[in-house]
Design a protein around this ligand. Structure first.
Ligand code: FEH
Ligand code: ZN
Ligand code: ZN
Length: 346
């Protein structure tokens, strides 16, 4: 079978022929129908040897949807042909967090040489992907694979971030989404579909503001020197209740803290490497809380898929044949992908 693999650290990913895996014990082999491309894939490819706990070579792709092709002799909880999306964070499988489907917060994360499918373990940028257990699978029914795959990471990460701040998103509240790309445009839709919050969007590109509008934002603006003041005014003057920063640069973090009301919440999702100074006395609003949500849980993924199947979520995607994976990586690096890039086995 074909697979897009990180063959060695410092090498560009390559489309190569590998043996199709044979599932053992509880394993399940999935015929891949779609695999999303994430900025984290670029970070992995660009990582220096030893920077990540992963052992090369492995197949990339941590946003995967398809159907069950072969069951291991001990596999349980799915059937041949079932259409599924893969819950990508794979933990130790035996700690309290993993037992609850919270592999994204596995207690033994520090002991593992992987973070999940396509992240140290063979992933779904391939014709097939081997999943350790059916517990990592969520049925997608009639949802298309190129919609379901991005929902397993871009959608799930946004949903988990919103779920963590839900108590501050009631009637009369204001939420801000910074960065309206693959995750941000879904965060706007999730906020509109699951909270009573007014939704404001910020980006640096006009086409992203248009995507925010299409996604249901109440207001969208370019990031400028006075953006915090503009957002505070849009919140009725008191400041915004929650900011979801999908960029994570010093500029976006500082703007976010300047826009927040007292007791406001900042969820940092983007890996921009930005910093803010947390000190007392200082300039942060009293009651300020920061969270660093990571990916999401298996129960939440089932909720995201249900939202999508109800018609409340629509992923903007740019499809590429699996054989064009290098071109997809190039377009993502250049910031030219609209919404989420999805590889489809050709
Ligand atoms: C995965 C692994 C490590 C860092 C970040 C990620 C995200 O793309 C998962 O949503
Ligand atoms: Zn990702
Ligand atoms: Zn665990």
């Amino acid at each position: 079978m074909r697979a897009v693999r990180l063959t060695a650290w410092g090498q560009e990913p390559a489309l190569v022929e590998v043996e199709r895996p044979v599932p053992r014990e509880a394993e399940v082999l999935i015929r891949v129908e779609a695999a999303g491309l994430c900025h984290s894939d670029v970070h992995v490819v660009d990582a220096a040897a030893g920077a990540l706990p992963y052992r090369a070579p492995f197949t990339l792709g941590h946003e995967v949807a398809g159907h069950v092709a072969v069951l291991g002799p001990g596999a349980d909880g799915t059937t041949i042909g079932e259409r599924v999306v893969v819950h990508g964070p794979w933990g130790c499988g035996s700690c309290a967090q993993c037992a609850a489907g919270r592999d994204n917060y596995c207690d033994r994360r520090g002991d593992l040489s992987w973070h999940g499918v396509g992240l140290g373990r063979d992933g779904g940028m391939a014709d097939y992907v081997l999943v350790p257990s059916a517990r990592h699978l969520v049925p997608i029914g009639d949802l298309s694979a190129d919609q379901a795959a991005p929902l397993s990471d871009a959608g799930l990460t946004s949903y988990h971030a919103v779920a963590g701040l839900r108590y501050s998103l009631g009637e009369g509240s204001t939420a801000v989404v910074i960065g309206v790309g693959g995750l941000g445009h879904l965060a706007v839709q999730i906020l509109r579909a699951t909270t009573a919050s007014r939704v404001l969007a910020v980006d640096i590109r006009d086409e992203s503001l248009a995507l925010a509008d299409r996604s249901g934002a109440d207001f969208a603006t370019l990031l400028q020197a006075d953006t915090a003041r503009v957002l505070r005014k849009r919140s009725g003057g008191v400041g915004v209740d929650a900011v979801f920063d999908f960029v994570g640069s010093t500029a976006t973090l500082e703007m976010a803290t300047a826009a927040l009301r007292p007791s406001g919440e900042l969820a940092l999702v983007g890996s921009g490497g930005g910093q803010i100074n947390v000190r007392k006395p200082g300039f942060l609003p009293p009651g300020f809380r920061l969270s660093l949500p990571f990916w999401g849980t298996r129960p939440e993924l089932a909720e995201v898929i249900a939202l999508a199947r109800s018609g409340a979520l629509r992923v903007e995607t740019e499809r590429f044949p699996l054989s064009a994976a290098p071109r997809a990586f190039d377009r993502l690096r250049q910031g030219q992908v609209r919404g989420r890039a999805v590889l489809v086995p050709d």
